[in-house]
Design a protein around this ligand. Structure first.
Ligand SMILES: Cc1cc2nc3c(=O)[nH]c(=O)nc-3n(C[C@H](O)[C@H](O)[C@H](O)COP(=O)(O)OP(=O)(O)OC[C@H]3O[C@@H](n4cnc5c(N)ncnc54)[C@H](O)[C@@H]3O)c2cc1C
Length: 420
Protein backbone atom coordinates (compact mmCIF):
# COMPACT_ATOMS: atom_id res chain seq x y z
CA UNK A 1 0.00 0.00 0.00
CA UNK A 2 1.24 3.48 -0.86
CA UNK A 3 1.95 5.82 2.07
CA UNK A 4 -0.70 8.44 2.89
CA UNK A 5 -0.09 12.00 1.65
CA UNK A 6 -1.84 13.40 4.72
CA UNK A 7 -4.20 12.41 7.53
CA UNK A 8 -6.75 14.89 6.16
CA UNK A 9 -7.09 16.25 2.62
CA UNK A 10 -9.01 19.49 2.20
CA UNK A 11 -10.36 20.25 -1.29
CA UNK A 12 -10.57 24.01 -1.94
CA UNK A 13 -8.72 26.94 -0.36
CA UNK A 14 -11.61 29.34 0.21
CA UNK A 15 -12.45 30.47 3.77
CA UNK A 16 -13.98 27.06 4.67
CA UNK A 17 -10.94 25.08 3.48
CA UNK A 18 -8.31 27.44 4.89
CA UNK A 19 -9.93 27.66 8.32
CA UNK A 20 -10.30 23.86 8.46
CA UNK A 21 -6.64 23.47 7.43
CA UNK A 22 -5.49 26.13 9.92
CA UNK A 23 -7.29 24.47 12.84
CA UNK A 24 -6.09 20.96 11.97
CA UNK A 25 -2.48 22.00 11.36
CA UNK A 26 -2.46 24.03 14.60
CA UNK A 27 -3.39 20.82 16.44
CA UNK A 28 -0.54 18.88 14.82
CA UNK A 29 -2.60 16.99 12.22
CA UNK A 30 -0.98 16.42 8.80
CA UNK A 31 -3.18 18.27 6.37
CA UNK A 32 -2.91 18.79 2.62
CA UNK A 33 -4.99 21.39 0.76
CA UNK A 34 -5.69 20.75 -2.95
CA UNK A 35 -6.72 23.90 -4.81
CA UNK A 36 -7.45 24.19 -8.53
CA UNK A 37 -6.31 27.83 -8.91
CA UNK A 38 -3.04 29.64 -8.44
CA UNK A 39 -3.28 32.02 -5.42
CA UNK A 40 -4.10 34.88 -5.07
CA UNK A 41 -7.13 34.26 -7.29
CA UNK A 42 -10.17 36.40 -8.10
CA UNK A 43 -13.48 35.30 -6.56
CA UNK A 44 -16.82 36.75 -7.61
CA UNK A 45 -18.01 38.03 -4.23
CA UNK A 46 -18.93 41.26 -2.46
CA UNK A 47 -16.26 40.47 0.15
CA UNK A 48 -18.48 41.89 2.90
CA UNK A 49 -17.84 40.51 6.40
CA UNK A 50 -20.41 41.14 9.10
CA UNK A 51 -18.89 42.10 12.44
CA UNK A 52 -19.92 38.76 13.98
CA UNK A 53 -17.17 36.97 12.05
CA UNK A 54 -14.30 38.65 13.92
CA UNK A 55 -14.39 36.51 17.10
CA UNK A 56 -14.65 33.39 14.91
CA UNK A 57 -11.32 33.96 13.16
CA UNK A 58 -8.50 32.95 15.50
CA UNK A 59 -6.09 35.69 14.27
CA UNK A 60 -6.19 39.37 13.39
CA UNK A 61 -7.42 40.14 9.86
CA UNK A 62 -7.12 43.96 10.03
CA UNK A 63 -4.54 44.06 7.23
CA UNK A 64 -7.04 42.79 4.64
CA UNK A 65 -9.93 45.03 5.71
CA UNK A 66 -10.32 47.86 3.18
CA UNK A 67 -13.24 49.75 4.71
CA UNK A 68 -15.30 49.68 7.92
CA UNK A 69 -19.04 50.22 7.58
CA UNK A 70 -21.20 52.20 10.02
CA UNK A 71 -24.00 53.40 7.73
CA UNK A 72 -26.52 51.66 5.49
CA UNK A 73 -28.35 53.66 2.84
CA UNK A 74 -31.59 51.79 2.19
CA UNK A 75 -33.93 52.08 -0.76
CA UNK A 76 -37.03 50.20 -1.88
CA UNK A 77 -37.89 50.17 -5.59
CA UNK A 78 -35.05 52.75 -5.85
CA UNK A 79 -37.15 55.25 -3.87
CA UNK A 80 -37.99 55.77 -0.18
CA UNK A 81 -34.28 56.35 0.40
CA UNK A 82 -32.96 56.83 3.92
CA UNK A 83 -29.70 56.23 5.82
CA UNK A 84 -29.23 54.67 9.23
CA UNK A 85 -25.96 54.89 11.16
CA UNK A 86 -24.56 52.84 14.00
CA UNK A 87 -21.81 54.08 16.36
CA UNK A 88 -20.35 50.55 16.29
CA UNK A 89 -18.99 48.95 13.11
CA UNK A 90 -21.58 46.80 11.34
CA UNK A 91 -19.43 45.18 8.69
CA UNK A 92 -16.07 45.25 6.93
CA UNK A 93 -15.29 45.16 3.21
CA UNK A 94 -12.45 43.06 1.83
CA UNK A 95 -11.19 41.90 -1.56
CA UNK A 96 -11.63 38.16 -1.68
CA UNK A 97 -8.33 37.66 -3.51
CA UNK A 98 -6.51 39.28 -0.55
CA UNK A 99 -8.67 37.80 2.20
CA UNK A 100 -8.43 34.24 0.86
CA UNK A 101 -4.66 34.46 0.21
CA UNK A 102 -4.22 35.80 3.76
CA UNK A 103 -6.29 32.97 5.33
CA UNK A 104 -4.46 30.34 3.28
CA UNK A 105 -1.11 31.78 4.29
CA UNK A 106 -2.12 31.47 7.95
CA UNK A 107 -2.92 27.79 7.37
CA UNK A 108 0.49 27.28 5.72
CA UNK A 109 2.25 29.05 8.61
CA UNK A 110 0.40 26.71 11.01
CA UNK A 111 1.89 23.73 9.12
CA UNK A 112 -0.66 22.85 6.39
CA UNK A 113 0.71 21.86 2.98
CA UNK A 114 -0.88 23.30 -0.15
CA UNK A 115 -0.80 22.16 -3.76
CA UNK A 116 -2.28 24.65 -6.21
CA UNK A 117 -3.24 23.89 -9.84
CA UNK A 118 -4.77 20.63 -8.58
CA UNK A 119 -8.28 20.37 -9.95
CA UNK A 120 -9.97 17.48 -8.13
CA UNK A 121 -11.91 15.35 -10.60
CA UNK A 122 -12.63 12.13 -8.70
CA UNK A 123 -12.76 10.53 -5.25
CA UNK A 124 -12.83 6.86 -4.34
CA UNK A 125 -12.40 4.82 -1.19
CA UNK A 126 -10.22 1.71 -0.96
CA UNK A 127 -9.48 -0.32 2.18
CA UNK A 128 -10.12 2.51 4.61
CA UNK A 129 -8.31 5.15 2.52
CA UNK A 130 -9.62 8.02 0.46
CA UNK A 131 -7.99 8.40 -2.96
CA UNK A 132 -8.41 11.86 -4.46
CA UNK A 133 -7.69 12.20 -8.19
CA UNK A 134 -6.72 15.42 -9.85
CA UNK A 135 -5.85 15.91 -13.50
CA UNK A 136 -2.53 14.01 -13.51
CA UNK A 137 -2.05 12.97 -9.85
CA UNK A 138 -3.52 10.96 -7.00
CA UNK A 139 -3.44 11.79 -3.29
CA UNK A 140 -4.33 9.54 -0.33
CA UNK A 141 -5.66 10.35 3.12
CA UNK A 142 -7.73 8.98 5.99
CA UNK A 143 -10.32 11.77 5.93
CA UNK A 144 -11.54 14.26 3.34
CA UNK A 145 -13.10 17.71 3.75
CA UNK A 146 -14.95 19.00 0.67
CA UNK A 147 -14.67 22.81 0.82
CA UNK A 148 -14.57 23.54 -2.89
CA UNK A 149 -17.60 25.80 -3.10
CA UNK A 150 -20.91 25.81 -4.93
CA UNK A 151 -20.03 23.21 -7.57
CA UNK A 152 -18.55 20.75 -5.05
CA UNK A 153 -17.58 17.43 -6.62
CA UNK A 154 -17.22 15.94 -3.12
CA UNK A 155 -20.82 16.83 -2.17
CA UNK A 156 -22.10 15.50 -5.49
CA UNK A 157 -20.12 12.26 -5.28
CA UNK A 158 -21.34 11.53 -1.74
CA UNK A 159 -24.99 12.55 -2.13
CA UNK A 160 -24.60 15.51 0.23
CA UNK A 161 -26.43 18.10 -1.86
CA UNK A 162 -29.97 17.38 -0.71
CA UNK A 163 -32.37 20.26 0.05
CA UNK A 164 -30.16 22.86 -1.60
CA UNK A 165 -31.97 25.48 -3.65
CA UNK A 166 -29.90 27.50 -6.11
CA UNK A 167 -29.45 31.23 -5.69
CA UNK A 168 -27.50 33.40 -8.09
CA UNK A 169 -25.69 36.72 -7.86
CA UNK A 170 -24.06 39.10 -10.34
CA UNK A 171 -21.23 41.31 -9.24
CA UNK A 172 -18.88 43.90 -10.77
CA UNK A 173 -15.98 45.96 -9.52
CA UNK A 174 -16.39 49.61 -10.49
CA UNK A 175 -13.03 51.33 -10.26
CA UNK A 176 -13.19 54.97 -9.30
CA UNK A 177 -11.22 57.85 -7.89
CA UNK A 178 -10.16 56.97 -4.28
CA UNK A 179 -10.57 60.59 -3.19
CA UNK A 180 -14.16 60.66 -4.44
CA UNK A 181 -14.79 57.23 -2.93
CA UNK A 182 -13.47 58.26 0.50
CA UNK A 183 -16.71 60.21 1.16
CA UNK A 184 -18.63 56.94 0.95
CA UNK A 185 -16.11 54.65 2.62
CA UNK A 186 -18.32 54.00 5.67
CA UNK A 187 -21.57 53.44 3.76
CA UNK A 188 -23.11 50.48 1.98
CA UNK A 189 -26.03 50.98 -0.39
CA UNK A 190 -28.86 48.48 -0.24
CA UNK A 191 -31.97 48.28 -2.42
CA UNK A 192 -34.23 45.66 -0.89
CA UNK A 193 -37.74 44.35 -1.41
CA UNK A 194 -37.68 45.21 -5.13
CA UNK A 195 -36.43 41.88 -6.45
CA UNK A 196 -38.33 39.08 -4.61
CA UNK A 197 -35.98 37.00 -2.51
CA UNK A 198 -33.00 39.18 -3.40
CA UNK A 199 -31.50 42.66 -3.26
CA UNK A 200 -28.95 45.02 -4.80
CA UNK A 201 -25.83 46.21 -2.95
CA UNK A 202 -22.86 48.51 -3.37
CA UNK A 203 -19.87 48.01 -1.07
CA UNK A 204 -17.07 50.62 -0.95
CA UNK A 205 -13.49 49.32 -1.17
CA UNK A 206 -10.20 51.27 -1.32
CA UNK A 207 -10.31 52.24 -5.00
CA UNK A 208 -13.58 50.82 -6.29
CA UNK A 209 -17.14 49.86 -5.42
CA UNK A 210 -18.30 46.23 -5.56
CA UNK A 211 -21.77 46.38 -7.00
CA UNK A 212 -24.07 43.42 -7.29
CA UNK A 213 -27.53 41.94 -7.23
CA UNK A 214 -28.66 38.50 -6.17
CA UNK A 215 -31.76 36.40 -5.70
CA UNK A 216 -33.34 33.05 -6.54
CA UNK A 217 -31.82 31.40 -9.62
CA UNK A 218 -35.38 30.80 -10.87
CA UNK A 219 -35.56 34.56 -11.59
CA UNK A 220 -32.08 34.74 -13.14
CA UNK A 221 -33.38 36.06 -16.48
CA UNK A 222 -34.58 39.23 -14.75
CA UNK A 223 -31.41 39.83 -12.79
CA UNK A 224 -29.44 41.75 -15.40
CA UNK A 225 -32.21 44.27 -15.93
CA UNK A 226 -32.42 44.72 -12.14
CA UNK A 227 -28.62 45.09 -12.01
CA UNK A 228 -28.64 47.85 -14.62
CA UNK A 229 -31.46 49.67 -12.90
CA UNK A 230 -29.71 49.36 -9.54
CA UNK A 231 -26.42 50.58 -11.00
CA UNK A 232 -28.10 53.65 -12.46
CA UNK A 233 -29.89 54.32 -9.19
CA UNK A 234 -26.62 53.95 -7.29
CA UNK A 235 -24.71 56.27 -9.62
CA UNK A 236 -27.52 58.79 -9.49
CA UNK A 237 -27.47 58.69 -5.75
CA UNK A 238 -23.75 59.49 -5.92
CA UNK A 239 -24.86 62.47 -8.04
CA UNK A 240 -23.02 61.26 -11.08
CA UNK A 241 -24.69 62.24 -14.28
CA UNK A 242 -25.53 59.06 -16.17
CA UNK A 243 -27.38 58.44 -19.37
CA UNK A 244 -29.76 55.56 -18.55
CA UNK A 245 -29.84 54.15 -22.07
CA UNK A 246 -26.13 53.85 -22.66
CA UNK A 247 -24.15 50.75 -21.79
CA UNK A 248 -22.74 50.47 -18.27
CA UNK A 249 -19.17 51.27 -19.20
CA UNK A 250 -19.98 54.39 -21.20
CA UNK A 251 -22.26 55.52 -18.38
CA UNK A 252 -19.19 55.81 -16.17
CA UNK A 253 -17.11 58.70 -17.49
CA UNK A 254 -14.31 58.59 -14.91
CA UNK A 255 -15.13 55.08 -13.82
CA UNK A 256 -14.31 51.68 -15.15
CA UNK A 257 -16.15 48.38 -14.80
CA UNK A 258 -13.46 45.79 -14.09
CA UNK A 259 -15.52 42.65 -14.21
CA UNK A 260 -19.15 41.65 -14.37
CA UNK A 261 -19.66 38.02 -13.46
CA UNK A 262 -22.25 35.75 -11.93
CA UNK A 263 -21.81 32.84 -9.57
CA UNK A 264 -24.25 30.51 -7.76
CA UNK A 265 -25.18 30.87 -4.09
CA UNK A 266 -26.37 27.47 -2.82
CA UNK A 267 -28.93 27.69 0.00
CA UNK A 268 -29.64 24.70 2.21
CA UNK A 269 -33.26 24.67 3.35
CA UNK A 270 -33.40 21.72 5.75
CA UNK A 271 -31.31 20.04 8.41
CA UNK A 272 -29.70 16.80 7.36
CA UNK A 273 -26.39 15.02 6.95
CA UNK A 274 -23.17 16.89 6.22
CA UNK A 275 -20.91 13.85 6.31
CA UNK A 276 -20.79 10.35 4.90
CA UNK A 277 -18.25 7.79 6.12
CA UNK A 278 -14.84 9.51 6.13
CA UNK A 279 -15.97 12.52 4.12
CA UNK A 280 -17.53 15.81 5.19
CA UNK A 281 -18.55 19.02 3.42
CA UNK A 282 -18.25 22.63 4.60
CA UNK A 283 -19.11 26.15 3.43
CA UNK A 284 -20.81 26.55 0.05
CA UNK A 285 -20.17 22.87 -0.69
CA UNK A 286 -22.67 22.17 2.09
CA UNK A 287 -25.06 24.98 1.01
CA UNK A 288 -24.36 26.95 4.20
CA UNK A 289 -25.35 30.47 3.16
CA UNK A 290 -27.81 32.90 4.71
CA UNK A 291 -31.06 32.73 2.67
CA UNK A 292 -31.92 36.31 3.62
CA UNK A 293 -28.62 38.03 2.81
CA UNK A 294 -26.57 35.54 0.77
CA UNK A 295 -23.79 35.85 3.37
CA UNK A 296 -21.59 32.78 3.18
CA UNK A 297 -18.10 33.67 4.43
CA UNK A 298 -19.16 33.57 8.08
CA UNK A 299 -20.77 30.12 7.63
CA UNK A 300 -17.75 28.90 5.65
CA UNK A 301 -15.47 29.87 8.53
CA UNK A 302 -17.76 28.35 11.17
CA UNK A 303 -18.28 25.07 9.31
CA UNK A 304 -14.57 24.81 8.39
CA UNK A 305 -13.72 25.03 12.09
CA UNK A 306 -16.40 22.50 13.08
CA UNK A 307 -15.15 20.12 10.37
CA UNK A 308 -11.61 20.37 11.77
CA UNK A 309 -12.86 19.73 15.31
CA UNK A 310 -14.73 16.57 14.28
CA UNK A 311 -11.78 15.26 12.22
CA UNK A 312 -9.44 15.87 15.17
CA UNK A 313 -11.73 14.05 17.63
CA UNK A 314 -12.06 11.14 15.19
CA UNK A 315 -8.32 10.84 14.53
CA UNK A 316 -7.62 10.91 18.27
CA UNK A 317 -10.14 8.18 19.01
CA UNK A 318 -12.52 10.46 20.94
CA UNK A 319 -15.28 9.71 18.42
CA UNK A 320 -15.67 6.64 16.25
CA UNK A 321 -17.44 8.52 13.43
CA UNK A 322 -17.81 12.01 11.97
CA UNK A 323 -21.47 12.13 13.03
CA UNK A 324 -20.69 14.87 15.56
CA UNK A 325 -20.01 17.20 12.61
CA UNK A 326 -23.50 16.84 11.14
CA UNK A 327 -24.98 17.24 14.62
CA UNK A 328 -23.06 20.44 15.31
CA UNK A 329 -23.80 21.97 11.90
CA UNK A 330 -27.50 21.26 12.36
CA UNK A 331 -27.55 22.59 15.90
CA UNK A 332 -25.23 25.61 15.62
CA UNK A 333 -25.64 26.74 12.00
CA UNK A 334 -28.75 25.25 10.39
CA UNK A 335 -31.04 26.22 13.28
CA UNK A 336 -30.07 29.87 12.67
CA UNK A 337 -30.25 29.59 8.86
CA UNK A 338 -33.74 28.10 9.04
CA UNK A 339 -34.86 31.09 11.15
CA UNK A 340 -33.28 33.37 8.53
CA UNK A 341 -35.35 31.61 5.88
CA UNK A 342 -38.55 32.36 7.78
CA UNK A 343 -37.60 36.02 8.17
CA UNK A 344 -36.80 36.11 4.45
CA UNK A 345 -40.39 35.00 3.68
CA UNK A 346 -41.78 37.60 6.09
CA UNK A 347 -39.63 40.32 4.54
CA UNK A 348 -40.54 39.36 0.99
CA UNK A 349 -44.22 39.34 1.86
CA UNK A 350 -44.20 42.83 3.43
CA UNK A 351 -41.05 44.58 2.18
CA UNK A 352 -42.32 48.16 2.24
CA UNK A 353 -43.71 47.77 5.77
CA UNK A 354 -40.37 46.40 7.03
CA UNK A 355 -38.42 49.04 5.06
CA UNK A 356 -40.43 51.80 6.78
CA UNK A 357 -40.31 50.02 10.15
CA UNK A 358 -36.48 50.03 10.11
CA UNK A 359 -36.58 53.75 9.12
CA UNK A 360 -39.05 54.85 11.80
CA UNK A 361 -38.36 52.55 14.69
CA UNK A 362 -35.09 52.88 16.60
CA UNK A 363 -35.51 49.51 18.28
CA UNK A 364 -35.90 47.80 14.91
CA UNK A 365 -32.76 49.49 13.56
CA UNK A 366 -30.81 48.61 16.70
CA UNK A 367 -31.97 44.97 16.39
CA UNK A 368 -30.84 44.99 12.74
CA UNK A 369 -27.40 46.24 13.79
CA UNK A 370 -27.16 43.73 16.62
CA UNK A 371 -27.78 40.85 14.23
CA UNK A 372 -24.96 42.04 11.95
CA UNK A 373 -22.71 42.41 14.97
CA UNK A 374 -23.58 38.98 16.41
CA UNK A 375 -25.09 40.49 19.58
CA UNK A 376 -28.48 39.05 18.60
CA UNK A 377 -29.50 36.14 16.39
CA UNK A 378 -32.31 35.54 13.90
CA UNK A 379 -33.87 33.23 16.47
CA UNK A 380 -34.33 36.29 18.74
CA UNK A 381 -36.33 38.22 16.14
CA UNK A 382 -39.65 36.55 16.81
CA UNK A 383 -39.41 37.68 20.46
CA UNK A 384 -39.77 41.28 19.25
CA UNK A 385 -43.08 40.55 17.57
CA UNK A 386 -45.21 40.92 20.72
CA UNK A 387 -48.36 38.82 20.68
CA UNK A 388 -47.62 37.69 17.09
CA UNK A 389 -44.75 35.54 18.36
CA UNK A 390 -47.33 32.97 19.55
CA UNK A 391 -48.55 32.71 15.95
CA UNK A 392 -45.04 32.64 14.45
CA UNK A 393 -45.41 29.37 12.48
CA UNK A 394 -48.70 30.66 11.07
CA UNK A 395 -47.23 34.06 10.19
CA UNK A 396 -44.31 32.33 8.45
CA UNK A 397 -46.51 29.95 6.48
CA UNK A 398 -48.75 32.87 5.40
CA UNK A 399 -45.71 34.98 4.39
CA UNK A 400 -44.28 32.08 2.40
CA UNK A 401 -47.47 31.86 0.34
CA UNK A 402 -47.35 35.58 -0.41
CA UNK A 403 -43.65 35.38 -1.27
CA UNK A 404 -44.26 32.49 -3.69
CA UNK A 405 -47.15 34.32 -5.33
CA UNK A 406 -44.89 37.36 -5.84
CA UNK A 407 -42.12 35.24 -7.37
CA UNK A 408 -44.65 33.59 -9.71
CA UNK A 409 -46.04 36.97 -10.73
CA UNK A 410 -42.55 38.27 -11.44
CA UNK A 411 -41.54 35.21 -13.45
CA UNK A 412 -44.33 36.17 -15.89
CA UNK A 413 -42.41 39.37 -16.62
CA UNK A 414 -39.56 37.36 -18.09
CA UNK A 415 -40.97 37.84 -21.56
CA UNK A 416 -42.12 41.44 -20.93
CA UNK A 417 -40.60 44.49 -19.26
CA UNK A 418 -40.02 43.95 -15.53
CA UNK A 419 -41.83 46.21 -13.04
CA UNK A 420 -38.84 48.38 -12.12
C1 LIG B 1 -21.75 37.64 -6.35
C2 LIG B 1 -21.59 37.09 -4.96
C3 LIG B 1 -21.41 37.98 -3.90
C4 LIG B 1 -21.24 37.49 -2.60
N1 LIG B 1 -21.01 38.38 -1.60
C5 LIG B 1 -20.80 37.93 -0.33
C6 LIG B 1 -20.48 38.84 0.72
O1 LIG B 1 -20.38 40.04 0.52
N2 LIG B 1 -20.28 38.32 1.97
C7 LIG B 1 -20.39 36.98 2.22
O2 LIG B 1 -20.22 36.58 3.39
N3 LIG B 1 -20.66 36.10 1.24
C8 LIG B 1 -20.84 36.53 -0.02
N4 LIG B 1 -21.07 35.63 -1.04
C9 LIG B 1 -21.03 34.18 -0.73
C10 LIG B 1 -19.55 33.76 -0.58
O3 LIG B 1 -18.83 34.14 -1.73
C11 LIG B 1 -19.44 32.23 -0.39
O4 LIG B 1 -20.43 31.80 0.51
C12 LIG B 1 -18.06 31.85 0.16
O5 LIG B 1 -17.06 32.15 -0.78
C13 LIG B 1 -18.00 30.36 0.49
O6 LIG B 1 -16.69 30.00 0.85
P1 LIG B 1 -16.13 28.52 0.61
O7 LIG B 1 -14.80 28.46 1.26
O8 LIG B 1 -17.16 27.54 1.01
O9 LIG B 1 -16.00 28.38 -0.98
P2 LIG B 1 -15.23 29.27 -2.05
O10 LIG B 1 -14.91 30.60 -1.50
O11 LIG B 1 -16.03 29.19 -3.29
O12 LIG B 1 -13.85 28.52 -2.25
C14 LIG B 1 -13.80 27.28 -2.91
C15 LIG B 1 -12.38 27.06 -3.42
O13 LIG B 1 -12.32 25.75 -3.99
C16 LIG B 1 -11.63 25.79 -5.23
N5 LIG B 1 -12.16 24.69 -6.04
C17 LIG B 1 -13.37 24.60 -6.65
N6 LIG B 1 -13.53 23.40 -7.26
C18 LIG B 1 -12.38 22.73 -7.05
C19 LIG B 1 -11.92 21.43 -7.43
N7 LIG B 1 -12.69 20.58 -8.14
N8 LIG B 1 -10.67 21.06 -7.06
C20 LIG B 1 -9.89 21.89 -6.33
N9 LIG B 1 -10.26 23.12 -5.93
C21 LIG B 1 -11.50 23.54 -6.28
C22 LIG B 1 -11.94 27.17 -5.80
O14 LIG B 1 -10.94 27.58 -6.72
C23 LIG B 1 -11.97 28.02 -4.52
O15 LIG B 1 -10.70 28.56 -4.23
C24 LIG B 1 -21.26 36.08 -2.35
C25 LIG B 1 -21.45 35.19 -3.41
C26 LIG B 1 -21.61 35.68 -4.71
C27 LIG B 1 -21.79 34.71 -5.83
Amino acid sequence: MLPLDAEVIVVGAGPAGSLAAFELASKGIQVLVLEKSEFPRYKTCGGGLTHKILPEIPFDITQVIETTIHTIRFSHYFTEVYSRTSPDPLMYCTMRSDLDAFLLNKAIQAGARIQTNQHVVGIKETSGEIVVSTKGSEFRSKLLIGAEGASSIVARSYGLREDIIPGLAWEAEIKTDPEFLAQFSKTVFLDWGTFPGGYGWAFPKKDHFSIGVGGPASLSKLMMSYYQKFLNHFLNSLRIDTAPDTKIISALPRHQTLSLKSWPIPVRTAKGSFHRGSVLVAGDAAGLTDPLTGEGIYYAVRSGKLAAESCFDYLNGKNNSLKSYSEKVNEELMAELLEANKIRCLFNAFPLKIHCFVRDNNRAWRAFGKILRGDRWYADVRKGFGILKYFWPLVCAFSKRIEMAKENRLSKYIKKDPPW
